[in-house]
Design a protein around this ligand. Structure first.
Ligand code: C2E
Ligand code: CA
Ligand code: CA
Length: 326
């Protein structure tokens, strides 16, 4: 339209009725239900209006996937007792030709609304598999975690395609999903998480504590890792309430035989407190900002060199000044 590119999406729902039934109301009801189902938007099936900016961004995002403007950064997760990086989380960025680096918070919601999140996430998984191959060829075999939007947990086509990609690649991956994404459609979310777990994908509960907590679902999930939201971690040493919440969350997760990751660890004081509380892993600017795959490999090289007994100083003292900048 003019010089703007628009994407038209078509949704179809089908309904059938026997010839002798003569019941047009039932037929219309079934057709409406089928259409709502096709829209994948629950009961009323209405697709929200998108603002002009979001709509333009959605159109550009579709092109960005094709043009290779998306890139993955990696943030290590440091195992406190083992004193080493045991895995890393993949975080997406969009290198926009005019707007520069766009953070995920600005385009992931657009991708979800424009139903591009499945393609974007499949791209992500492919990229992470490729990056893990590179890491392995350079002697590092850490598990890499991908963030999976809640709406994909109810998308059977996505689940099938993601499983096919991961299973055929031999990659060692993990998926991070938020607890709220499970509450939306618990039956299919739990079933699909089990499908992922069955092919060896580690499931982590992300942003724990930030949304509506659902203890009832927590124990039904095939999750082995619980990530405490950074909301509680960044204020850990200056708040009265947060240490209590973090402490009880760690105990709860351990009772459910899960490992706990604290995200948003920015200070030595927070790390010390988390260590005393028995937190298993830490992630945050103190250890490293999200970095490119090459920088992650350099980080791991550096870490294994120092663990070879060349130097005894704690990894945090050594690494923070270098890696904090990302
Ligand atoms: P998240 O999964 O909770 O990721 C953690 C966010 O906290 C990241 O922001 C990370 O850069 C930031 N962070 C890490 N350490 C610290 C710290 O010490 N202090 C503070 N204040 N922040 C820290 P980022 O990369 O901007 O990602 C934001 C969110 O976007 C992610 O939150 C995740 O929900 C989403 N996201 C990122 N990549 C993807 C993706 O590939 N797919 C999907 N569906 N969502 C993604
Ligand atoms: Ca995450
Ligand atoms: Ca998180």
């Amino acid at each position: 339209m003019g010089d703007r590119r628009c994407t038209v999406t078509l949704r179809l729902g089908g309904a059938a009725i026997r010839e002798d039934e003569h019941d047009s109301v039932t037929l219309i009801e079934r057709a409406e239900a089928a259409l709502a189902n096709a829209r994948g938007n629950g009961i009323d099936g209405s697709v929200p209006e998108r603002g002009a900016v979001a709509s333009e961004l959605a159109t550009e995002l579709e092109l960005a996937i094709e043009r290779g403007e998306l890139l993955m950064l990696y943030q290590p997760k440091f195992h406190v007792r083992r004193q080493k990086v045991t895995c890393a989380e993949a975080l997406i960025r969009w290198r926009h030709p005019e707007r520069g680096l766009i953070p995920p918070i600005e385009f992931i919601p657009v991708a979800e609304e424009a139903h591009l999140i499945d393609r974007l996430t499949l791209w992500t998984i492919r990229q992470v598999i490729e990056d893990q191959r590179k890491m392995r060829s350079l002697g590092h075999d850490q598990r890499l975690f991908v963030n999976i939007s809640g709406q994909l947990l109810a998308d059977a086509v996505f689940v099938r395609e993601a499983c096919a990609l991961v299973a055929s690649s031999g990659a060692t991956l993990g998926f991070e999903v938020t607890e709220t994404s499970v509450i939306r459609d618990p039956v299919s979310a739990i079933a699909n998480l089990q499908v992922f777990a069955d092919i060896g994908i580690t499931i982590a509960i992300d942003d724990y504590g930030a949304g509506l907590s659902s203890l009832a679902y927590l124990k039904q999930l095939p999750a082995v890792e619980l990530k405490i939201d950074k909301l509680f971690v960044t204020q850990l040493t200056s708040s009265n309430r947060d240490p209590l919440i973090v402490r009880s969350t760690i105990d709860l997760a351990h009772a459910l035989e899960m490992e706990v990751v604290a995200e948003g660890v920015e200070s030595h004081a927070a790390l010390a407190l988390l260590t005393v509380m028995g937190c298993d892993m830490v992630q945050g600017f103190l250890i490293s900002r999200p970095v490119s795959i090459d920088a992650l490999v350099a980080f791991l090289d550096d870490e294994s060199w120092h663990q070879g007994g060349q130097e005894n100083r704690g990894p945090f003292n050594r690494l923070a000044p270098t890696w904090k900048r990302g």
